[in-house]
Design a protein around this ligand. Sequence first.
Ligand SMILES: Nc1ncnc2c1ncn2[C@@H]1O[C@H](COP(=O)(O)OP(=O)(O)O)[C@@H](O)[C@H]1O
Ligand SMILES: [Mg+2]
Length: 365
Amino acid sequence: MNGTSIRILMIEDDPLCVRFIKEILKESSRTRFELLHVGRLNAAMELLKEKVCDAVLLDLNLPDSSGFDTFERVRSQLPSVPVVVMTGLEDEELGIRAAQKGGYYLSKGDVTGHLLISTIQHAIEHMRLLSGLEKSCQQFYHLSAYLQHMREEEKKRIAEELRDELGGLLTTMKMELSTALHDLDKRQAALSGMKDSLTKLIDRGIDTVQRISSDLRPHILDHLGLIPAIEWHIQEFQKRTRIQCKWVLCEGEFPLDKERATAVFRIVQEALTNVARHAKASRVTVEVLRNEDSLQLKIEDNGVGFDEERLNDPHSFGLIGIQERALYLKGQVTIKGVPQKGTTIALTIPLLEMRKGHNDQGDYR
Ligand SMILES: Nc1ncnc2c1ncn2[C@@H]1O[C@H](COP(=O)(O)OP(=O)(O)O)[C@@H](O)[C@H]1O
Ligand SMILES: [Mg+2]
């Protein structure tokens, strides 16, 4: 909107209708309208390259375009400007279709000054709210991606420090202890016993450091890639929980950068953690399959399942995290718990989208 006036582009080839609308808008006492008029769609498209408008009044049947196609072409050129379709009696159906696709419509036979002006104002206000909402969603998306990134960086740093610093320290301690007690242990049985138990403690310390470090950020994910990391995680999970695991993992390279590969890995990790914590399952299947343009991930258990409301519970942070990561991956996720039957998490990630998107950190296997 330009100060107090509203700029309207009218795309209409019927001069009578144009005159009628001009008169109505001129008579408006509260709001000032500037009306630009063209009779052909191509002329409108040209004009829109230079001029901005606050709303479009559109006739669907023009000399160079007809039917719903007219609406779609205008929408694709002006996604953030409200389009009010003005239909004749015979194409009211198309008006309804336009409304279903985010447009607005008025039947030419019903137009009065009040109806036209309130529809235009409502459409502009509605579009402004929608754009605000979309902007907030975008901001939320970027914030969420940023927070995930920072968390991963932090985990990686702690994992590396644990492994390199503390792990290295314990290994050195073990070697020094062994050297220091090498000669003594023949003479002093007590010291020799102490050496054995200290060595066992240190070994446990090294294992613990490795486990914590891998839980934080598996080394293998950074060095061998997504599929080996998932396989390793399933094997560890099976060892730790004794839940029987079956897995089918595809081979080959994915056009997924590190951040996205990490997001997929974290989804698998969260899903399996839930199986161990809640499912009371005896079996779990993990599948990662790919076709030309998508990656399909499925994790299915035969446990106790859960009620639908769990999904809407704002405290279900693990399940919310899975959905947020799926959003970040521009994928589709379904989480389905069936009480007493089990739980299935299925995710589809479009790979073509990833290939087109930025990939500044190199592909990941
Ligand atoms: N595989 C599963 N089997 C049974 N229940 C599950 C499963 N996954 C999730 N749930 C249910 O959904 C709830 C929410 O899961 P989640 O958001 O990961 O939170 P949390 O694991 O911290 O409880 C769980 O408390 C549990 O009741
Ligand atoms: Mg959880």
